[in-house]
Ligand binder design. Structure first.
Ligand code: FPP
Length: 240
């Protein structure tokens, strides 16, 4: 397989569903945003620690296409938090050799935030120590439908033969075109759902569901999940 890691070995691409910020806050009698703020701290720590586990692609689910249904106060607060994170961590990310990308539909985001995102992508373009991808207003079905619409238009215009549309061509039409498929998807906070996160890309991924909420997640727990992955053997449907 060209797009995925092979068999035994370490997880090259780890994707994380950062769940449980609200529960963390509620159990302490704090507003939900306090949980998100703590969550942003944990993002900083995990980004710092990921290369130590041999991870060179880290993809984080920060805001889904469904998250707009939350109160406007929470949505606003999250958007501000993304903006603050880029402002505060941008330099440090560059210093650490991180290449930052954003996936998801930016057209619905505040223009200032979208511009900040574009600038951080451009200024880290030549880095390759860690590929950090942050999903904001991302939904897997939304991404797939967008790709299908663009490919259908290509076919209708006679620029693409239907037979030429294979898995690689389809992958190349997604937001994640520059990323390998995830080897491991971690979800915190005990929920066993995949919630529209990288559904096409994770077809062969391993999943690790951990009970700790995202604000309680640590570099040690991250390293442990990666090590457990390394001990397993993936066959991609083939015989051993
Ligand atoms: C899920 O917890 C978490 C989110 C919807 C937001 C994730 C955002 C962050 C961790 C903040 C910072 C991110 C970056 C990239 C700087 P939840 O609110 O659904 O928790 P609950 O299920 O307990 O209510």
């Amino acid at each position: 397989r060209s797009r995925s890691g092979s068999g035994r070995g370490s997880a090259r691409h780890v994707a994380v569903i950062m769940d449980g910020n609200g529960r963390w806050a509620k159990s302490r009698g704090l507003p939900r945003l306090a949980g998100h703020r703590r969550g942003a701290e944990v993002v900083r720590r995990i980004v710092e620690a990921a290369p130590d586990s041999g991870v060179s692609y880290l993809t984080l689910y920060a805001f889904s296409t469904e998250n707009w249904k939350r109160s406007s106060e929470e949505v606003q607060g999250l958007m501000e938090l993304f903006s603050i994170y880029i402002r505060r961590e941008g330099k440090e990310l560059k210093r650490r050799g991180a290449r930052v990308r954003f996936i998801g539909d930016r057209t619905r985001l505040n223009r200032d935030l979208a511009e900040q995102m574009g600038r951080l992508e451009a200024s880290t373009e030549s880095n390759d120590r860690l590929n950090l991808t942050i999903a904001i207003n991302y939904g897997g079905r939304d991404e797939i439908l967008g790709a299908v619409r663009r490919l259908a238009a290509e076919i209708a215009a006679g620029r693409l033969a239907p037979e030429a549309l294979d898995a690689d061509a389809f992958s190349a039409a997604l937001d994640t075109r520059d990323l390998p498929d995830p080897d491991l998807v971690i979800r915190t906070s005990g929920e066993m759902r995949t919630s529209n996160f990288l559904p096409w890309q994770s077809a062969y991924a391993e999943y690790a569901f951990v009970p700790e909420t995202w604000p309680d997640f640590t570099p040690e727990l991250f390293a442990r999940a990666c090590a457990a992955f390394g001990a397993r053997n993936r066959r991609f449907g083939a015989a051993d």
